[in-house]
Design a protein around this ligand. Structure first.
Ligand code: GLU
Length: 443
């Protein structure tokens, strides 16, 4: 059974980068008939907030990324403690007493000598006496995981291919702070084991962490899951922008975007599959695979999202959107107006044009005379489905006007605007009485 997890820290709202990671985990679980877990990495009790937990759930809900289970790290401290003690007894975790300043100094010295700033494991050489002295001074240790330098770190990444790290070139990671609080690395590994996670899908900023965590899986005697590290998301300008870091569901909602537009875009950017205006996630689930992912950053473009949204809106059925449409707007109204919309919310604006009053337009005398004729013709018209065709047909014959001169003044008088939905679809909605009043500039 495939099990994926999305593991945000509830220290803020989700942004478009997190959403993309969540989506890929969800798509993979759905494709494989597996489970998609929400795991809240809330070991940092000061920064983690319940309001963000709720916002994360709500955002996933809005996007349609349904979860099959939720776990919280803050409920699992006992479990981490047990694993910690075991690893410590096995010599894989050791206390270290350096202060932040001392560590920084070591780093600088190594860098100054042109060497990589790898932790020197001085803590492993401390005598009992030295440790007792530190404790007497009131120093408490932080804790490091001891990497096994003899075992090369290797995995076959579903996106990046074969990966290889020499553990001797990595610092033993700090896994627990002086105050006993946990850093993300070990709890995450324990969770992935306990929750039977089969695939860890996350950003490539985690590649080094994965190397370290693979040794933690080994130390706990469990085969690591399969990893897929996706290239990061960048803005259309090609950089990791601050704007992307604050762009999330709240902004998408405010802009009136459909969840499916966000899903359809984020599922495909950075892959070899084209971005397509799907109204349903099924084709995205079906086509999802890690071998489609490229190594170059995925580009997120807000304009592309808007265009995609419009293409999706143009396909939505009346039933799907009925509860978001203005009072009185029926299926025929929706179908007439739909092709002109960027968002569903804009339907209200066009419905206002149908119902009026429309903005008055200043016409010159010649055009005014033409519109008077149009009003007369409209009064004598058979108001069937083909009203627009009959009206313009008659006027063309009577006045010799054609093209823009024939059509534009009618559109302007009838809608107060220069462009918009097909007049053939709009005119029956405006109806006889309103059309005659508008053509006679009486509203
Ligand atoms: N909480 C971690 C993060 O948001 C989780 C990373 C992971 O997927 O393991 O970066």
């Amino acid at each position: 059974m495939t099990i994926t997890r999305f593991a945000p820290s509830p220290t803020g709202r989700l942004h478009v980068g997190n959403i993309r990671t969540a989506l890929h985990n969800w798509l993979w679980a759905r494709k494989r008939g597996g489970r998609f877990l929400l795991r809240l990495d809330d070991t940092d009790s000061e920064r983690s907030k319940e309001e963000y937990v709720e916002a994360i759930r709500a955002d996933l809900g809005w996007l349609g990324l349904d979860i099959d289970g939720e776990e919280r790290q803050s409920a699992r401290f006992d479990r981490y403690e047990t694993a910690f003690e075991k690893l410590r007894a096995a010599g894989r975790i050791y206390p270290a007493y350096e202060t932040a300043q001392e560590l920084e100094l070591k780093r600088k010295i190594l860098l100054g000598r042109g060497k990589p700033p790898i932790y020197d494991r001085a803590a492993l050489d401390l005598t009992d006496r030295q440790i007792a002295d530190f404790e007497a001074e009131g120093r408490t240790p932080h804790w490091r995981f001891r990497l096994d330098h003899e075992t090369p770190i290797e995995w076959d990444d579903l996106i990046r291919g074969p990966q290889h790290f020499d553990p001797a070139l990595l610092s033993d990671p700090v896994i627990r702070r002086e105050d006993g609080s946990w850093l993300y690395m070990l709890p995450s590994t324990i969770d992935d084991i306990d929750m039977n996670v089969t695939h860890v899908v996350r950003g490539e900023d985690h590649v080094t962490n994965t190397g370290l965590q693979i040794q933690m899986f080994d130390a706990m005697g469990v085969a690591p899951p399969t990893f897929a590290h996706e290239a990061l998301l960048v803005g259309s300008e090609g950089k990791l922008s601050k704007r992307l870091g604050s762009l999330g569901v709240e902004a998408f909602r405010d802009e009136g975007l459909e969840p499916m537009a966000v899903i359809a875009l984020l599922a495909r950017i950075g892959t070899s599959d084209p971005v397509e205006p799907f109204t349903d996630a099924a084709p995205l689930i079906e086509s999802f695979d890690f071998d489609r992912f490229g190594r170059a950053p995925a580009r997120f473009d807000s304009e592309e999202l808007k265009t995609l949204n419009a293409k999706i809106v143009h396909q939505l059925d009346f039933e799907t959107v009925a509860d978001r449409l203005p009072e009185g707007m029926g299926a025929d109204g929706w179908e007439a107006i739909r092709p002109n919309l960027g968002t569903v919310a804009e339907a209200a604006d066009w419905w206002h044009v149908v119902e009026g009053p429309v903005d008055p337009v200043d016409f010159d005398a010649d055009t005014a005379a033409y519109l008077d004729r149009a009003a007369e013709a409209a009064a004598g018209l058979d108001w069937s489905d083909t009203a627009w065709k009959s009206l313009t047909g008659q006027l063309k014959e009577q006045t010799g006007r054609k093209g823009k001169a024939l059509f534009l003044p009618l559109r302007q008088a009838l809608t107060g605007r220069d462009q918009g939905p097909e007049m053939a679809a709009l005119l029956p909605l405006i109806g006889r009485d309103r059309a005659i009043a508008r053509l006679s500039r009486r509203q």
